[in-house]
Design a protein around this ligand. Structure first.
Ligand code: SF4
Ligand code: SF4
Length: 327
């Protein structure tokens, strides 16, 4: 079998296997240093739009060149995995939590799938493949690679929008030392004249179409930001306790959102059922027990209480509640 033929067969088998374990789509790009995207990223950092996320600055050189992460890399495999579930309707008198955080932590769930994909590739190709992979936790520009791998475009809300499944998808990236067939980059932009996400953003974080000032973004403020007070100039918002989906909820492409079959992303009971009263009374031990494997751990109970205050909802602390923090 010719080298070209074998490469095609491997590529098809890898994509098919990825779909069989629940990924919506899989695209492959050539690992080249980024040029125009690097300049845009540098400009974004220069304006301070990354807020307190210093790691984005520190890892700049690695982010713009995948070979700094894996010198032997010959392919960038990019995978989308839906987290959309239809039943995520918010009850009245309940806080809103971004959809991606309704179930178990996607880092754990998708890491396992990426390990399975890596094992499959080693068996397929018949050698130990050098690879680095992650979902949202290694210094790579996932959205840039998603476009380069032909999976979708970066919408005016800055997220990757796919024609097959909208934007409620996790992006995983795997660098491997195997040359596979590269997909054509996704050159079109199907936002067209739509500007809904920019118009509805509650805090004006989309300062221009496709340009996010994280300092004003509810997702950043409720999860990554560590200050007690809202930064100057940020207007208050309603309902969103952890993350924000407003710029995705209005996106017409999310009519094509695909319900995930992954049971781990089924919403946890408190997220489905609890009204504000129970969230206000949440104390340390129940938080640890209930959210042990949830993305909400990132904000911690302290962060959730602070977010409640920002929403004008006063948490009821155990002292006041007269309940010990031990159960
Ligand atoms: S996540 Fe919310 S706050 Fe952030 S850009 Fe989208 S709509 Fe605006
Ligand atoms: S809401 Fe409209 S402008 Fe915003 S990302 Fe979706 S299609 Fe693009």
């Amino acid at each position: 079998m010719s080298w070209r033929h074998r490469k095609k067969e491997w590529t098809e088998a890898i994509k098919q296997y990825a779909r069989s374990i629940g990924f919506e789509d899989c695209g492959i790009a050539k690992p080249v240093p980024l040029d125009e995207e690097a300049r845009q990223y540098e400009d974004w950092l220069r304006r301070g739009f990354h807020g307190t996320m210093q790691y984005m600055e520190k890892t700049f050189e690695i982010r713009i060149d995948p070979k700094k992460l894996l010198p032997s890399a010959k392919s960038v495999i990019v995978l989308t995995h839906s987290y959309f579930r239809k039943e995520a309707r918010y009850k009245p008198n309940s806080p809103k939590i971004a959809r991606y955080a309704h179930g178990l932590d996607y880092h754990i769930v998708l890491r396992r799938k990426l390990e399975r994909l890596h094992d499959f590739m080693c068996k397929l190709i018949g050698r130990e493949i050098e690879a680095v992979y992650s979902v949202d936790s290694m210094p790579v520009m996932e959205r840039v690679w998603a476009r380069r791998a032909g999976l979708g475009w970066q919408g005016k809300n800055t997220l990757t929008i796919t024609r097959k499944a909208g934007s409620y998808v996790f992006l995983s990236v795997m660098l491997v030392d195997v040359e596979l067939e590269y997909d054509k980059p996704f050159e079109s932009d199907f936002c067209g004249r739509c500007n809904r996400c920019v118009e509805v953003c509650p805090t004006g974080a989309l300062v221009m179409p496709g340009l996010l000032d994280a300092n004003k973004c509810i997702s950043y403020l409720t999860i990554e930001y560590r200050g007690d007070e809202l930064p100057d100039g940020v207007s208050a918002w309603t309902d969103w306790l952890f993350g924000c989906d407003v710029c995705q909820e209005v996106c017409p492409w999310n009519r094509f959102a695909k319900e995930t079959a992954e049971e781990s992303f089924e919403p946890l009971e408190p997220i489905k059922e609890w009204e504000w009263g129970l969230w206000r009374r949440l104390s340390s031990n129940p938080f640890k027990r209930l959210f042990r494997l949830s993305p909400l751990r990132r904000a911690g109970l302290r962060g959730l209480r602070r977010n409640m205050r920002w929403l004008g909802v006063e948490p009821i602390l155990p002292e006041k509640n007269k309940q010990p923090e031990t159960n």
